[in-house]
Design a protein around this ligand. Structure first.
Ligand SMILES: [Mn+2]
Length: 314
């Protein structure tokens, strides 16, 4: 498998690494890890993300400043990271070949090569597995992949963490991942806006369906009052799920042209819920974006759909 990947990469003079819109630490850690390995191999490679507002606390990642917001190569092969559907890459790729590296259960296999493994906790794990035989893992790449792993497992606390995750973490540490730098940057560099909007968001928590569902709503006013950015809201939905009686946590974030919904569960598989509204993701973590300005009506529709789906397995 990985030999074909190497041949495919070597047959293209230029490589463009992309990841999903509003990138998180897995999207950027996976992308920058691959970037470091291809650079070390002497390749012509660019790293691009459509969002101009990148999470600032990730600026410690090697080559973070190399991330651009437009594709410069007229022709290139695309390596897509942590992205379940091609539209979330945010670029018209036309005839370019795509290598798809991901772990979303709902990935649409849009590449000519699809390395998609929903059983692993982070796309970085898939990237490490397919790259390591032909591209020796450098400490820079290990630090990028380790950041992705810590973030996507919320420091080894998500329901999908198993012994393989700790094996992978150990492997990355042996390859030179800088644990201290990663944990410091992930946990000790919050913005004031992030704490301010967290306070406002926590004030909106409501319980539904016999306290098994918790919702939070972030409206335009809260975003404007605090100056919070997208990345400042990352992880807030975990607070809704964390309540003792709650099985499903829901966060609705209002944007100028729509509402972004994040869904988290403790046990039940909620991907069908996200897919019903046109989104996708993982078994216990998924979401969707919808063109609407009425958050209360949307929340009602989500609660009704939860009712219909039943969740007898919860
Ligand atoms: Mn991920």
């Amino acid at each position: 498998m990985s030999q074909y990947l190497k041949e495919l990469i070597d047959s293209h003079p230029n490589i463009t690494i992309l990841s999903h819109i509003y990138p998180d630490a897995d999207a950027l850690g996976t992308s920058l890890g691959i970037y470091a390995l291809l650079k070390a191999d002497g390749k012509q490679v660019e790293i691009v993300n459509v969002s101009t507002d990148l999470p600032k606390h990730l600026d410690f990642l090697p080559n973070f400043s190399k991330i651009k917001h437009k594709i410069d190569y007229a022709q290139s092969i695309i390596i897509a990271c942590d992205c379940g559907s091609v539209d979330r890459l945010g670029f018209a790729l036309e005839s370019r070949d795509v290598i798809n590296i991901d772990h979303h259960k709902t990935n649409q296999n849009y590449g000519i090569l699809n390395y998609v493994d929903p059983s692993v906790c982070a796309s970085a794990h898939v990237a490490h597995r397919v790259m390591k035989d032909y591209y020796p893992i450098t400490p820079e790449a290990a630090t990028c992949f380790y950041t992705a792993l810590l973030s996507d497992t919320r420091y080894f606390t998500t329901p999908n963490v198993d012994i393989e995750v700790f094996d992978f973490a150990q492997q990355l540490l042996q390859e030179g991942a800088d644990h201290k730098t990663v944990t410091y940057n992930l946990t000790q560099r919050r913005s004031l806006a992030s704490l301010r909007i967290l306070g406002l968001a926590l004030g909106t928590v409501c319980l539904h369906r016999n306290a098994t569902v918790a919702s939070m709503i972030i409206d335009r006013g809260m975003i404007e009052a605090t100056g919070a950015k997208m990345s400042d809201i990352d992880g807030f939905v975990d607070y809704a799920r964390s309540l003792a009686t709650v099985e499903i946590g829901i966060l609705l974030v209002m944007y100028e042209h729509g509402i972004k919904v994040s869904l988290r569960s403790k046990r039940c598989d909620i991907t069908a819920l996200a897919e019903y509204f046109g989104g996708g993701g993982h078994r216990n973590a998924c979401g969707f974006v919808i063109e609407s300005t009425d958050s209360e009506a949307l929340l009602d529709r989500i609660l009704k759909k939860i009712e219909t789906l039943g969740w007898s397995e919860c």
